[in-house]
Design a protein around this ligand. Structure first.
Ligand code: AMP
Length: 116
């Protein structure tokens, strides 16, 4: 039985996703249960990072690259002018459900603070 996460299956094109960006290091696709008019997940292709808690000095360049992609996508998807939110749920208390590092890019509406 496959022990791949749902995100690894998307990376490997075993299940479909609405991909909005891809390069050799990362993939961005629309969340299947959007929490805002625009809700995109940006993930590294490596399966070695289960969450932000696994980030090390050796992966800082990858994380920096992903944030550059997030900024570019926010602009291309028309979110930059009014603002947007980037979220990474890390661990049980934060309600992380997929053990593969991912960043939610949310926009197209106003958001409350503090978050729930
Ligand atoms: P988190 O709760 O932070 O771990 O976020 C996981 C996200 O993955 C949720 O927002 C889900 O809606 C999303 N998700 C789960 N399966 C899929 C899928 N097949 N395609 C796109 N997004 C998905």
């Amino acid at each position: 039985m496959s022990d791949k996460t749902i995100f690894k299956k998307i990376i490997d094109k075993e299940i479909p996703a609405q991909v909005v960006y891809e390069d050799e290091l990362c993939l961005a696709f629309r969340d299947v249960a959007p929490q805002a008019p625009t809700h995109v997940l940006v993930i590294p292709k490596t399966t070695e990072l289960k969450s932000l808690d696994d980030v090390t000095p050796q992966t800082e360049a990858l994380i920096g690259h992903i944030f550059g992609v997030i900024q570019r996508l926010a602009r291309e998807l028309g979110l930059a002018e009014d603002g947007y939110r980037v979220v990474s749920n890390c661990g049980e208390n934060a309600c992380q459900t997929v053990p593969h590092l991912h960043f939610h890019l949310l926009g197209g509406r106003g958001f409350a603070w503090p978050p729930g």
